[in-house]
Design a protein around this ligand. Structure first.
Ligand SMILES: Cc1ncc(COP(=O)(O)O)c(C=O)c1O
Length: 381
């Protein structure tokens, strides 16, 4: 019985060819034609003005937050239900993530909870928006488009405008998704990831997209050790070694050429799960909202049966050589972020207990997909 993984890279001939071309050219480090090619193609793909390649999605978030002006003890509003990286990036700058709950249907940051926090838990102190419990300045909001599906952005953008907050989008899991026909990455500042399990991969890597070339130039400067004079090595501020290498970018260019093929396969896998598992009682596949076009990075099953919880289902699938993964421990419960403010995040806790991500690799063949479906039907029959 072959092992069916959760989400693995799909690497073809073109990736080998371009990486070989890169190695033969000798331009293997952060300078080289593939880096700018990848940035230009990526910006075009998501309808952004400019894109800046970084060494990881986490590095992209760190730089975006730094550029937004996050300082020591500032608070940034995040969803509790997300991978930990965006919260860590806030902490790198001495700031604090402030966690709000997610919407039960989409699993994404709940704008009503953001509004409640701003209205009930914040006050103006000498004109500065302040968390009245922690007395810390509240400076921004960081919606995370988890699992391929976009956040309901418009209410969050309105709140940000009303309260004078910056918005940085964590789009690391949602390349290929759209919100009300607007591509994720096409507005404001968004961060992407190309680690091994993402829709496209460069092994490790990230991208920040901007609507403004000056901001992109600033990000490029900060990610390249803030070098002011490349001959004399003069620096006027502390920078970072956060640039993507030319080898990784070569792989990225080849992967990006296949992005539509990957999205089509992700959609087909999702449709198969929704259709085949529609009649199982007390479990469902989380579907996309009417205003969204999901990239379907990972398919999530919600299990509300009393006799079989998601831990048992995970074990049963594991015994059948099928890899699944729960969501993340909600971050308001994470010891790593103790000291952060949070409001009631009960929905995140329930979803964490009940949800399981199913195999969703773009290379998942029909026979393997049928096997996953059939094992699930056996478990739940
Ligand atoms: C929601 C989210 N944010 C940030 C990251 C960080 O990206 P990277 O692993 O490229 O640093 C990831 C992925 O790994 C992620 O899933």
């Amino acid at each position: 019985m072959n092992f069916i993984p959760l989400s693995i890279p799909n690497v073809g001939r073109a990736e080998w060819e371009l990486v070989r071309e890169c190695l033969e050219s000798g331009w293997v480090s952060s300078v080289g034609g593939f880096v700018s090619d990848f940035e230009e193609k990526f910006a075009k793909e998501v309808d952004a003005n400019s894109a800046v390649a970084t060494s990881s999605g986490t590095a992209a978030l760190h730089i975006a937050l730094k550029m937004a002006g996050v300082e020591y003890d500032d608070e940034v509003i995040l969803p509790s239900l997300t991978f930990i990286a965006p919260a860590n990036a806030v902490r790198y700058l001495g700031g604090w993530p402030t966690f709000v709950d997610v919407d039960e249907r989409t699993m994404q940051m709940d704008s009503d909870k953001v509004a409640t926090f701003l209205k009930n838990d914040c006050i103006r102190v000498k004109g500065v928006l302040t968390n009245k419990h922690t007395r810390r300045r509240v400076v921004g909001v960081l919606p995370v488009h988890i699992l391929g599906h976009p956040v309901d952005l418009d209410p969050i953008l309105c709140l940000a405008e009303e309260y004078g907050l910056f918005v940085i989008q964590d789009a690391t899991e949602s390349l290929g998704s759209s919100y009300k026909k607007r591509k994720i990455g096409s507005e404001g500042v968004s961060c992407f990831s190309f680690n091994g399990n993402k829709l496209i991969t460069t092994g490790g890597g990230g991208m920040i997209t901007f609507q403004n070339k000056e901001m992109a130039d600033r990000a490029r400067y900060l990610t390249t050790q803030a070098k002011d004079d490349a001959v004399e090595f003069i620096h006027h501020e502390v920078g970072f070694n956060y640039r993507l290498t030319n080898i990784q970018a070569a792989m990225g260019v080849a992967q990006l050429d296949r992005v539509q093929e990957f999205i089509s396969r992700k959609k087909a896998i999702h449709q198969c799960y929704v259709y085949e598992l529609a009649n199982l009682s007390d479990c469902s596949i989380i579907d996309q909202s009417s205003w969204a076009e999901s990239g379907f990075w990972l398919n999530t099953m919600r299990i509300t049966r009393k006799d079989k919880d998601r831990k048992l289902v995970h074990e049963l699938l594991k015994a059948a050589s099928i890899e699944t993964r729960p969501l993340w421990q909600p971050l308001h419960l994470s010891v790593a972020h103790e000291g952060s403010w949070f409001n009631d995040c009960k929905v995140s806790e329930v979803l964490y207990r009940q949800c399981l991500n199913l195999p969703s690799s773009t290379g998942l063949c029909d026979d393997d997909l049928k096997r996953v479906v059939s094992v699930l039907k056996d478990i739940f029959c």
